[in-house]
Design a protein around this ligand. Structure first.
Ligand code: SF4
Ligand code: SF4
Length: 376
């Protein structure tokens, strides 16, 4: 099966600015067929870690909000809390970061909801039973929404080669327990040097997995269920994830989580990838390095696999920018830029696995929407 992917260039004109053009792009997906009056729609987005600047511009998000509202839908902007310590580890910090980055209601026209709640415990357990995971833990309010627009900024990623719609879904919509499940096969670890023995983590753990026998916290892996609730509670940042560096295993789990995240939403899913400001690393890092290619446009599809494949290949087909993190050998059009940046990840693996488990098709037809009259 070949899936259609629509694209717009970033050319604009007196007759059509980028916000208007984005609405035309969304309309190509025929949202009127799925956005029913009073249905509640999650606009899943990454608000950017503090210090990062390549996240999607908030005022452009308004185009999608306005389109959904005009069709009678009730959109909200959402993301789930992070696993690591930073500016988005609980809902208070996360909302402050979102507003600091311009995602307030006055700009976007939609309320903000952190989909797994104050400390990341709000989740729905979805049966998966595949090679990677048995159950997936998806953030509760993302799961409860009638439909979702997955707005993603395309960029590099150290564990998946690149991050697009599937990364935004599988990792981004997971609760903290779900994120830990994907990133690690082990319990969190306490760094004894940092622990001051305050005991807050002991009270937080509902599974009596933490003891203070030697006046420092210690996690018993036999009792720990991997909920990750102790990580954000530690004021010393002494509890951390034992990161799993096995890229294929991680990608497999992430794709199974993506499948779980869309369960129950049927056709009510619209995917948009911004292929601009393509930085070498994820927007989860506290900086944005120089883009590796010129701004190439915005792509949209009903099929997240086709969309990610089209977006990743569009970048590879473009000339690389010298002076960026790309090595000289990867600057030519057609060179595999993702592999040059992240040689330990075979980025196509995630898309092939996503196709195998029925999330979409790796084959796509890219249809560029016509420019308005006046653009030469
Ligand atoms: S909350 Fe942190 S500092 Fe306090 S006992 Fe637990 S690990 Fe140690
Ligand atoms: S991850 Fe959850 S179960 Fe394990 S020690 Fe931390 S709070 Fe307890």
């Amino acid at each position: 099966m070949t899936s259609k992917v629509f694209g717009i260039s970033l050319r604009t004109h007196f007759r059509e600015n980028l916000g208007q053009k984005l609405r035309r792009l969304l309309q190509a997906l025929e949202p009127e067929k799925v956005v029913k009056p009073k249905s509640i729609w999650a606009i899943k987005i990454h608000f950017g870690e503090r210090g990062n600047h390549t996240f999607i511009r908030p005022h452009l998000v308004r185009s999608f909000v306005d389109e959904l509202k005009e069709l009678g839908g009730k959109p909200f902007l959402t993301d789930a809390n992070t696993l690591y310590v930073g500016g988005r580890i609980n809902a208070v910090d996360h909302l402050e970061t979102a507003v600091m980055h311009g995602f307030g209601y006055e700009v976007t026209g939609a309320p903000l909801i952190i989909s797994d709640g104050l400390r990341g415990a709000g989740e729905a357990a979805i049966d998966v039973n595949r090679g990677g995971v048995k159950k997936a833990y998806i953030s509760a309010d993302f799961n409860a929404a009638d439909g979702a627009v997955i707005l993603s900024h395309l960029k590099g990623h150290e564990l998946t080669g690149f991050g697009g719609a599937l990364k935004n879904l599988g990792m981004g919509a997971a609760s903290r327990r779900g994120k830990l499940d994907q990133h690690s096969d082990l319990s969190p670890q306490v760094t004894s040097k940092k622990c001051v023995g305050c005991g807050r983590c002991v009270k937080q753990c509902a599974h009596q997995a933490i003891d203070m026998a030697k006046k420092k916290a210690h996690i018993d892996p036999a009792k720990c269920v991997g909920c990750a609730n102790c990580i954000p509670i530690c004021p010393q940042e002494a509890i951390a994830v034992s990161w799993n560096g096995d890229a294929p295993r991680f990608m497999k789990k992430m794709i199974e989580y993506s499948k779980a995240a869309v369960a129950g939403k049927g056709e009510n899913l619209l995917y948009v990838n911004f292929v601009n400001g393509v930085s070498p690393l994820c927007d989860c890092v506290n900086h944005s390095d120089a883009p590796i290619v010129a701004d190439l446009g915005v792509l949209a599809s009903r099929d997240p696999v086709a969309l990610d494949m089209a977006s990743a290949e569009l970048v590879n087909q473009a000339p690389g920018l010298s002076g960026s993190a790309l090595p000289e050998s990867a600057l030519a059009p057609g060179a595999d830029k993702w592999t040059a940046l992240h040689p330990d990840c075979q980025w196509r693996f995630q898309l092939e696995y996503a196709e195998k488990i029925g999330l979409g098709s790796c084959k796509y037809e890219l249809v560029w929407l016509p420019e308005v009259a006046g653009i030469k």
